[in-house]
Design a protein. Structure first.
Length: 150
């Protein structure tokens, strides 16, 4: 009889990739009503209902930019901005736009923790050399940071 303690199990058996441990993200309606009751499910789960993880665009430390191209439905492409350090800043008149460097993320209304982690989303308040500005684009969807002066 073989003693269980003598069997050596390779280390790779215990290590899983991060993608395997994450739960599937869905864009479907919740199973529960606001009252706590259940909706009756009429349609099975479909692959088209899966969502991707959020981009969480970070402020780059030394002027670096990192983009990722994602294939979407129908063979189309979506550009994800993963690291960004510049913004296309529009003035109040809307007639002039210039490229400025982002110095800091001051506030983010999407999540108060995002400002501390320097994550840029739509509606975030950023500090530039020209002053404070509000982000009007979706960096995780459009691939650029567009902002207007406050």
């Amino acid at each position: 009889m073989v003693d269980i303690k003598e069997i050596k199990i390779p280390a790779f058996v215990y290590k899983r990739k991060r993608e395997e441990t994450l739960l599937a993200r869905s864009q479907r309606r919740s199973k529960r009503k606001p009252s706590g009751g259940r909706y009756h499910i009429a349609v099975k789960k479909k692959k088209r209902d899966l969502a991707r993880p959020a981009a969480q665009t970070l402020l780059a430390s030394e002027g670096g930019v990192r983009k990722k191209i994602i294939r979407t439905r129908g063979g189309n492409r979506k550009i994800r901005l993963q690291l960004g350090s510049f913004a296309n800043l529009s003035h109040d008149s809307g007639k002039k736009t210039e490229k400025v460097e982002i110095e800091d993320v001051i506030d983010n209304s999407a999540n108060r923790d995002f400002a501390r982690r320097k994550i840029i989303t739509k509606g975030a308040i950023i500090r530039t050399k020209r002053g404070e500005a509000r982000v009007t684009s979706r960096p995780g969807q459009h691939g650029t940071v567009d902002a207007i002066l406050i």
